[in-house]
Design a protein. Sequence first.
Length: 154
Amino acid sequence: MSRLTLTTEGDTHVVVTRRFAASPEAVYRAHTEAKLIQRWLLGPDGWTMPVCICDARPGGKFRYEWVNGKGNGFHITGEFIALVPFSKIVHVERMHLPDPTPDNHVETRFEPDGQGTLMTMRMTLPDADARAKMLSTGMEHGMEASFARLETMI
């Protein structure tokens, strides 16, 4: 429905927004059900997610592992803090590249927006350096590729 927008706030925040032509329930489920996550959260073409563990409940853990078939790979681990069905997910995540990055605190909201959903993801990094390192990876390109894939599924 739209491409993502990425903005920064202060020294430690990144805010990503995107509209989807689907209900908040559908977009929320795509973020909490392992079988759905494994189909769309793949970044650029050529990557797969052979491991997708997602225990979407307060205190539940997740682990996503990606490989590109060329010997490259990485994974993310994290914990869910709070979930409000179909409207909000709060979690902490860390990427392993292979060393773990500092914790990224993420709050994702799913709000009705006309015939679809406005998703707003607010990330809080521990300091300006951690945020700069995350942004230097070009993460928005992989995120948009994933979100475009999700758009075709829901």
